[in-house]
Write a protein that binds this ligand. Sequence first.
Ligand code: MG
Length: 453
Amino acid sequence: MVNKRLFGTFGVRRRANEVLTPEFASKLSAAYGTLVKGQVAVGGDTRTSTPMIKHAVISGLLSAGCNVIDLGGLPTPAVQYAVRNYYDGGIIITASHNPPHDNGIKFVDADGIGIPEDMEEKIEDMYFNENPDRVSWDEIKEVEINSNIIDEYIENVECRVDAEAINDAGLKVVVDCGNGAACFTTPYLLRKLGCKVTTMNCQPDGFFPGRNPEPTEDNLQELISAVKNLGADLGIAHDGDADRTICIDENGSFVFGDKTFALVEKYMLKENGGGLIVTTVATSSAIYDIAEEFGGEVIATRVGDLLVARELKDKNGLFGGEENGGLIFPDFVYGRDAALSTAKIVEIIAKEKKPLSKLIKELPAYKSEKRKIECPDDLKKEVMDSIAEVTCEYEVDTKDGVKIFTDEGWVIIRPSGTEPIFRCFAEAQSDEDAKKMAEWGISLVMEQLKSRK
Ligand code: MG
């Protein structure tokens, strides 16, 4: 288990200009630059602190001897796209869906995938031991500006869908970019594809005046009303750095991310005559059912979009995703991509000639239940190991926490990385069974805790 001090699941996220200061950003980037050298692309979201952090990041990279390419303001996946095609590395300044006062730094490798844990450790080590390379004055390289990436990224998305079919359908779409980085892409993309677009919160603004950047049902109430009032076919919302897409159907119902994932999976498998799907152990059984019906194979990784992206690359997978609406199309970007997700969804509605609610209803339906229970951090591993032992009469997967399969469904018990709790997530055919499974999961943790008092 790696004991990281600065990095979270994807990069470093902190309060801007309190912890995440220019000094911090610059030194961390110098450490990254020392390992990468070569050409490093830099881009970021619409936060008020992004230009400040970006300039510090650029200074750090230059001081370590890198060439810097400034891509400007753009979605996280657009930076990943650019790095994969043209550069040796990349740094993205964003705090994704966090509140406006935060910002963050994400580092990617030459494939545009978030860097692996051992590289994060090396960067931390250099950061704390103060030994990034500082090149001499005559080895300092240049900053180049590349402002073509957004147009190129949008064109690439267009090429990957049936633009004619989408154009013929003339779908009415309401887009809520939450004043984040999708402002630069989604409205333009959908208009180019021939959709009738109404925009909300589509002017970039680091104060996020329209709504909270996290696209939850609560935060999307205005989009839901707009879809209903305008009689639109679809509502689309993104998080702050535009790597996630959330849909509202034509009746104004919020569509959960696992449903969108299953819908696009079905379509990708049909279109390609099967293929390898990668997801995490916490994903719905619907993903497996669809794979079985349409000639696919499923691999489940530990929870985390970087792990899914890396597995897709290593195993040459077709498509991947997570239950939160992050979809990965590995032949385009090795990471969650909101623009291609959006284009695929309008393509599916256009080609199947059915409203979104109907397409969702046709998917396998499971009921789920989420619970949590407190457990001291130092007991988590012991408790998990013991649960795996006492449930050995069932099929058990210990890739990430303990996932137990029974005839009724499954339950996964996972330790939180940030809080002294276990999260317990169950899925079954009926609400009642899902509840029962979740309660059983909680009781397994309680039994183990009791025996240790
Ligand atoms: Mg995000």
